[in-house]
Design a protein around this ligand. Structure first.
Ligand SMILES: Cc1cc2nc3c(=O)[nH]c(=O)nc-3n(C[C@H](O)[C@H](O)[C@H](O)COP(=O)(O)OP(=O)(O)OC[C@H]3O[C@@H](n4cnc5c(N)ncnc54)[C@H](O)[C@@H]3O)c2cc1C
Length: 299
C-alpha cells in the first residue's frame, strides 16, 4: 500500500487512549489533577474527536464528563444568565431565556447543523478556543465570565481574559470550565456571521451590544471572530462610534479603525485582505441590526 493511502485511512482511526467516566464533579476534578497534561475532557466531542482522528491531538486519557449530573442547565439568577458546562447549543436554541440575548441567539441559529448542535456544548466551544468560535463574539459583548473549577477551588475569569491564542486559554491543566455567566443587560444586540454555509466555520463574524438614545449610539461593545489569533473585543472602534448617529455617513468612516484592530490570516476559508475589509462592514451591519431591534428606524 502506498504511504499516502495509509495516511488517508489513518485520518479516520482514533489513536489509543484510556477512558474515564466520572459520575461527579469532584471525581472529574480528582482525575484531572492526577492525570495532568496527558488528559483531556470530552464533552460533545465535536472538536476533540475530529482533532484526535486527524492526529492533531493524541491525549493519553479521556475524561468523559457527560455523565456528571447537574451540569446541564440554563437559568436566570441574580442578574445573570447561567449556562452549565454540559449545556448544548440545541438546549440554548430551545430555551426561552436565550431570547434575552439576541446576539447569542443569532449565533446559536447559525452554528453547524442540528446533528452538531445536539451534541456540542457552549463550554466546549469556548475551551477549544478557536478564533472562529461562534459563541465567543456575542459572549464578549455581554461581558460574560467563565467559572473554572479545580480540586483547589473555583475562580471566575472574564471571557475577554480567557483566550490567549489559537487553541489556548488561561485554563490550567487541572481546571474544568463549569459555568458561563452572562450579565443581564437592557440594551440591544446582534451577531452576524459570514460563512460559505452555516455548516462552515466563520470567514469573519461580528457581535455588537448597544444602547441608543434616539438614533445616537450611547454605549456600545464590539467583538469580532476569525480575524485575529483569538476572539477580539474592538475597543478602539467602540470609542470611535460612541456618540455618533445611526445613518450618519461619518459612522462608516469611524469604523475604518476596525481594520487596524484586526490581524487576520489567509487560510482555506479566506484571505487576510478580504477578512480585514469585511470586518468593518460586518460591525456596521450588526450595529444597524441592533438599532432596528431596539425599535429604531433609519432616516
Ligand atoms: C460539522 C461541524 C460543524 C461545526 N460548525 C461550527 C460552527 O458553525 N461554529 C462553531 O463555532 N463551531 C463549529 N464546530 C465546532 C464544534 O462543534 C464546537 O466548537 C462545539 O461547541 C465544541 O463543543 P464540544 O462539546 O463538542 O467540545 P469537545 O469536542 O468535547 O471539546 C472541545 C475542547 O474543549 C475541552 N473541553 C470541553 N468541555 C470542557 C470543559 N467543561 N472544561 C474544560 N475543557 C473542556 C476539550 O478537552 C477539548 O479540548 C463544528 C464542528 C463540526 C464537526
Amino acid at each position: 500500500m502506498k504511504p499516502s493511502t495509509l495516511n488517508t485511512i489513518n485520518t479516520h482511526i482514533l489513536p489509543r487512549f484510556e477512558y474515564f467516566e466520572p459520575r461527579s464533579l469532584g471525581e472529574a476534578l480528582e482525575l484531572l489533577d492526577k492525570l495532568g497534561s496527558e488528559a483531556r475532557i470530552l464533552a460533545g466531542g465535536t472538536d476533540l474527536l475530529v482533532k484526535m482522528k486527524t492526529g492533531a491531538l493524541r491525549p493519553r486519557y479521556l475524561i468523559n464528563i457527560k455523565r456528571i449530573p447537574g451540569l446541564r442547565y440554563i437559568r436566570v439568577e441574580e442578574g445573570y444568565l447561567r449556562i452549565g458546562a454540559l449545556t448544548t447549543w440545541n438546549d440554548l436554541e430551545e430555551s426561552p431565556e436565550t431570547a434575552l440575548f439576541p446576539a447569542l441567539l443569532d449565533a446559536v441559529k447559525q452554528m453547524g447543523g442540528l446533528q452538531i448542535r445536539v451534541m456540542a456544548t457552549i463550554a466546549g466551544n469556548l475551551c477549544n478556543a478557536s478564533p472562529a468560535a461562534d459563541s465567543a463574539p456575542p459572549l464578549l459583548v455581554y461581558d460574560a465570565e467563565v467559572v473554572l473549577a479545580s480540586v483547589k477551588g473555583v475562580r471566575v475569569v472574564r471571557l475577554e481574559e480567557f483566550f490567549t491564542g489559537p487553541g489556548r486559554t488561561v485554563m490550567r491543566e487541572n481546571e474544568m470550565l463549569i459555568e458561563v455567566k452572562v450579565p443581564l443587560r437592557k440594551g440591544s444586540s446582534a451577531f452576524i456571521k459570514l460563512a460559505r454555509t452555516s455548516m462552515d466555520l466563520a470567514i469573519a463574524s461580528a457581535a455588537v451590544y448597544a444602547e441608543f438614545e434616539g438614533d445616537v449610539v450611547r454605549d456600545v461593545k464590539i467583538a469580532l471572530g476569525s480575524v485575529a489569533p483569538r476572539p477580539l473585543r474592538a475597543r478602539r472602534a467602540e470609542t470611535a462610534v460612541r456618540g455618533l448617529r445611526i445613518g450618519d455617513p461619518s459612522l462608516m468612516d469611524a469604523l475604518e479603525v476596525v481594520k487596524e484592530e484586526v490581524s487576520p490570516i489567509t487560510d482555506v476559508r479566506s484571505t487576510a485582505w478580504y477578512r480585514r475589509e469585511v470586518s468593518k462592514v460586518l460591525v456596521y451591519d450588526a450595529l444597524v441590526k441592533s438599532f432596528e431591534r431596539a425599535g429604531g428606524v433609519r432616516a
